[in-house]
Design a binder for this molecule. Structure first.
Ligand SMILES: [Zn+2]
Length: 574
């Protein structure tokens, strides 16, 4: 009797599990958005810096210019051009309740491009966003809507493709919509993280997180170290797991992670959909310190912080395990969207030793995550809006000497390993001797070796520079009085006849505060200038708004973040 009951349960479990993977028959099917076999460079909800990947990255054989096809009948509802993010991006709304997104495009088809150009010239701006009504640009499944490219924040040519629930614009896992993609490779499990959750919790006698590399033994994974594990107090767990798909060596993300304590499910998450407004909570879903410090993406299996993600299921006691008298057997089961599974088991004994909690003596300012927080000294002010932190923070700062090009001290605002959900405001006092050039001051974020990570802009007022940022860590104020540098790439000012050219390409760079404005003027009239921040290239296309026959003057004006400008002039004959 007992046996047959569990057998039936098993059958039901297998049926429900397999039907929820890859071929969800309640969801509509879409056509492939490229006319080539589909291999993925990235999949849905893969762990990126600051967000879960919102779609899938389809390989384009390392080239640009492959026709991009409408995945279903519908209408082009939105076009967006941004410097970072999805670059040239197009959205189609379908009648089935879903919309599709096509990112990093090289260009749109002629019909769509005409709308875009009109808008760019009307706004005299390269980056635009435009919404369309259903009758304006209807499309049929398989229509060529664009050419694939590498625009925006793309690390190589590919198509970024998303399926969203139109209502609420919620990103869906596209692999649940029946695409022709093969995967019979189980996830790779790389590391387990074990986290003592308070002062009186210990793993192997330590009050700090323990990372354990995993190795494959037969069909499952084991901890590679021979050390026996023993724990005491409240313990959380986490796992680093990746997935690969057939025919591609790219690292993708896993679909479902489940954690069992003594065979009871105590935590799981599943990547069916992610809301864009919640995607930044990835910073608390993963072990942020490990991600930043060691580039290890450990997904935590305990929920102890401010976290609005809705991917969690069956979470018992926040996923925490108590070692108060007995040990526990912990099992992870990790599944990809096609149902391929990897597991790891570990036995953790109860540690009966009584350890003394460490005494902390550092002084700090307590920031409560639900409340606005401020810190103020003679040289630094920090304001953190409520719900910017994922948990209460013992906030500390320190400072060190001014850098060679600096006009303020270096201020360590907490550290690089404390995540922020929203922007904080930082105000730094500058050196009084340099202040007559205050309008050329800007903030930079620094790494631990005090090398610049990125210019952060900022506004100078009465000896202080104020800027907003979503990262903690070291900051300083620099001065930029040097205008950008502009150089022609595919033409020469000494050869004024350019009738055979399709584009004029130039390199525009600013070593300090960074390129902020870029405009072209043809005989004094604004002309579209495109810009790719990754390559520092700007270009004008000579296939629209053509000059009349004869002599013309092209001016290209580049400005940096603190309004140093450089104008490049080219007199040419068309
Ligand atoms: Zn992508």
């Amino acid at each position: 009797m007992k046996l047959s009951k569990s057998f039936f349960l098993l059958v039901i479990l297998i049926v429900t599990v397999s039907s929820s993977f890859a071929q969800n028959d309640s969801l509509p099917h879409f056509g492939a958005p490229l006319p080539i076999p589909m291999y993925l460079a990235g999949n849905f909800a893969e762990l990126r810096g600051g967000h879960f990947h919102g779609g899938m990255d389809i390989k384009t054989n390392q080239i640009e210019g492959i026709p991009v096809l409408a995945a279903e009948d519908g209408f082009v509802s939105r076009v967006k051009i941004s410097l970072g993010g999805y670059g040239n991006c197009l959205y189609i709304t379908h009648a089935n309740g879903f919309s599709t997104t096509y990112g990093h495009l090289q260009r749109f088809n002629d019909e769509i491009n005409d709308y875009v150009l009109k808008q760019q010239y009307a706004q005299e701006k390269f980056t635009i966003e435009q919404f369309f009504l259903p009758y304006q640009i209807p499309v049929k499944k398989g229509d060529i809507i664009a050419l694939s490219g590498n625009s925006g924040g793309s690390g190589g040519p590919h198509l970024h493709f998303e399926i969203r629930k139109t209502k609420g614009s919620i990103a869906q896992n596209p692999l649940l919509f029946g695409f022709d993609i093969k995967d019979n490779i189980s996830p790779t499990l790389k590391n387990i993280g074990i986290y003592p959750m308070n002062d009186t919790s210990f793993i192997n006698g330590q009050n700090s997180p323990l990372m354990l590399p995993l190795v494959k033994r037969g069909s499952s994974y084991v901890i590679s170290s021979k050390t026996k594990l023993k724990a005491r107090g409240v313990i959380g767990f986490g796992i680093e797991a990746i997935d690969k798909l057939n025919g591609s060596n790219n690292v993708c993300g896993v679909y479902n992670v489940s954690l069992f304590a003594d065979s009871n499910l105590i935590y799981s998450h599943q990547m069916d959909e992610v809301r864009f407004e919640n995607t930044r909570f990835i910073q608390t879903h993963v072990d942020f310190y490990e991600a930043k410090k060691n580039k290890r993406k450990i997904q935590k299996s305990h929920l102890t912080t401010y976290n609005n993600l809705r991917i969690y299921k069956n979470v018992q006691n926040k996923g925490l395990v108590y070692f108060s008298k007995y040990g526990h057997q912990m099992d992870y089961s990790v599944i990809d969207v096609y149902g391929n599974k990897s597991t790891v088991k570990m036995d953790i004994a109860f540690d009966s030793n009584n350890y003394q909690p460490e005494m902390k003596t550092d002084s700090f300012t307590l920031f409560v995550y639900k409340q606005n927080g401020t810190y103020e000294s003679d040289e630094l002010k920090v304001t953190i809006p409520k719900y910017s932190l994922y948990e209460n923070l013992e906030f500390t700062t320190s400072n060190s000497d001014t850098l060679p090009q600096g006009v303020s001290k270096v201020h360590f605002v907490q550290d690089l390993y404390t995540p922020l959900q929203k922007k904080m405001t930082v105000t730094i006092k500058t050196d009084s001797v340099a202040q007559e050039k205050g309008n050329k001051f800007f903030a930079v974020s620094l790494n631990e070796k005090l090398k610049t990570i990125a210019p952060e802009g900022g506004k100078y007022e009465n000896g202080w520079v104020t800027f907003r940022t979503r990262s903690m860590g070291p900051y300083t104020i620099l001065e930029d009085t040097v205008p950008p540098v502009i150089k022609p790439v595919n033409f020469s000012t000494t050869t004024p006849s350019i009738r055979n050219k399709k584009q004029l390409i130039l390199k525009a760079e600013d070593a300090m505060s960074g390129v902020k404005t870029y405009n072209a003027y043809m005989d004094g009239e604004w002309h579209l200038l495109e810009y790719d921040y990754k390559t520092n290239l700007v270009w004008i296309n000579l296939d629209h708004h053509l000059p009349s026959d004869g002599a013309h003057k092209l001016e290209i004006k580049i400005g940096d973040s603190v309004n140093n400008f450089k104008t490049f002039t080219f007199n040419f004959i068309w």
